[in-house]
Ligand binder design. Structure first.
Ligand SMILES: *Cc1c(COP(=O)(O)O)cnc(C)c1O
Length: 389
């Protein structure tokens, strides 16, 4: 018996990654070693002390029961201390912090908690796809703010018509921004707070890459500007900075109404993350500097290798001060799918076509994820220089 999926599933954009996977298999079948810059999933293992704590925590009977809704007090406190130390942000762990089963879960559930059918949700484009997915699942209407070469890859709120701002319920921002690598100063966040107050919408800042920054740049927390907590919240993820994508752990912090709404949805749909993972996350946050600075060094090296090689090969690409991505404009105005296929065929290099990352404005670009081993970055640079494999 055929079961028709719910209409909300039909609103999702076509999934291009199956086609990419097919091309990858084809290349491998030709006996070519594929250098994979496709997925944004760290290749380096989780730091050993975090794994060690997980092993101990699994054995503790207290972790064998349902986790508590907002997350363990010890984890909320560790996060609060981390944010005070690193970003100068004061938080109350009692009602301004809640743990997540990864930031992705928080993004999706935030929409369920605050978006009514027909509500307008502002979001960057290209962007992390879940702002869109979560919005349409909740029946909301996405409005895309372009981040293209024309806007210098920046997010220009003043480009949004006033009537759209007036009916907006929620704004998604994400800096350092995936996939463009664009970073902002506190001045930008102040301007966002000003708009949110004037037009009365909530701001959700996805800070997945807030501590993967380079060349001495430190990304600010949205919550560090005056008034931010009155209008918004920030989603933090341990996935990328601590190489913990598989563990599923993140935090939402900020405005008490937003945190309470999210807690309510989560209390009814999930029961929080396994206590042992939360214990391990405490070890990560309490040693953040040591773990993260190592990854920053690794990504800086890879970034520089790849930016130089791609530039020489005819791509127009910025040297980002944050994220783990390069957002490269295809040479000669070529389409992204075509360029991606050619790069794979001729160089054995796999990059994600921009059409898969932007609903309207991702075309003409490729995303290179720096989660590819450094030796593979060196090999990719060599192949590009040689003009083939
Ligand atoms: C990886 C990523 C996330 C999701 O993080 P998880 O904590 O693993 O769910 C959210 N936003 C952006 C921009 C990301 O790149």
């Amino acid at each position: 018996m055929p079961f028709a999926a719910a209409k909300r599933l039909q609103k999702l954009p076509p999934y291009i990654f199956l086609e990419i996977d097919r091309l990858k298999k084809e290349t491998l079948a030709r006996g070519i070693k594929v250098l994979d810059f496709g997925v944004g999933d760290p290749d380096v293992e989780t730091p050993r002390p975090i794994v060690a704590e997980m092993k101990r925590a699994v054995a503790r009977p207290e972790n064998h029961r349902y986790p508590l809704g907002p997350g363990k007090a010890a984890l909320r406190q560790a996060f609060t201390d981390f944010y005070a130390e690193k970003f100068g942000v004061k938080l109350d762990p009692a009602d301004e912090v809640t743990t997540l089963i990864g930031a992705k879960e928080g993004v999706a559930h935030m929409a369920l908690a605050f978006v009514n059918p027909g509500d307008t949700v502002l979001m960057p484009d290209p962007a992390y796809p879940v702002y869109y997915n979560g919005t349409v699942f909740a029946g909301g209407v996405p409005y895309f703010i372009p981040m293209t070469r024309k806007t210098n890859y920046e997010m220009d709120l003043d480009s949004v018509p006033k009537q759209v701002l007036r009916r907006a319920k929620l704004l998604w921002i994400n800096f350092p921004h995936s996939p463009t690598g664009t970073c902002v100063t506190k001045e930008f966040f102040r301007m966002v707070v000003w708009h949110a107050r004037k037009y009365k919408f909530a701001v959700c800042h996805d800070a997945a890459y807030i501590d993967l920054t380079y060349d001495g740049y430190q990304a600010p927390s949205f919550l560090s500007v005056p008034g931010a907590k009155e209008v918004g919240c920030e989603l933090y993820s341990l996935s990328k900075p601590f190489n913990m994508t598989g563990w599923r752990i993140g935090v939402c912090a900020g405005n008490t109404d937003l945190v309470a709404g999210l807690r309510k949805i989560k209390g009814n749909l999930d029961s929080g993350q396994f206590g042992a993972v939360q214990d391990a996350a405490v070890v990560a946050l309490r040693n953040h500097d040591k773990f993260i600075s190592k990854m920053v060094k690794t990504y800086t090296l890879r970034r520089d290798l790849m930016v130089d090689a791609l530039t020489e090969a005819g791509f127009r690409v910025n040297r980002p001060k944050g994220t783990i991505y390069l957002w490269a404009e295809c040479p000669r105005g070529k389409k992204s799918m075509e360029t991606s296929a050619a790069l794979l065929r001729e160089y054995g290099i796999l990059a994600t076509p921009g059409v898969g990352l932007g609903l309207k404005h991702g075309e003409g670009h490729l995303r290179f994820s720096l989660t590819c081993p450094t030796a593979h970055c060196e090999e990719a640079a060599k192949r590009l220089k040689r003009g083939g494999m």
